[in-house]
Design a binder for this molecule. Structure first.
Ligand SMILES: [Zn+2]
Length: 72
């Protein structure tokens, strides 16, 4: 198991809690727990999530990036 150097990365295995699409935003709640959202639902729920989110990991930039090489 590789360790990540910085914030946890979202992967293709992470799915939006609302629609099941690939998640690009992870919300860590101040009350505990995590939510995953696709870019669409992250925007849709942003105002509701902001007051209860401890940390938001937004990787929606990757939607516009070239696919990354996967290292084994
Ligand atoms: Zn979604």
């Amino acid at each position: 198991m590789n360790t990540t150097l910085e914030a946890p990365r979202l992967t293709a295995h992470d799915r939006c809690d609302r629609c099941g699409a690939q998640a690009y935003v992870k919300v860590v709640l101040t009350a505990g727990g995590e939510l995953m959202f696709c870019a669409h639902h992250a925007r849709a729920h942003a105002s509701a999530l902001e007051p209860i989110a401890d940390q938001v990991i937004d990787e929606t930039d990757r939607l516009h990036a070239k696919p990354e090489l996967v290292e084994d």
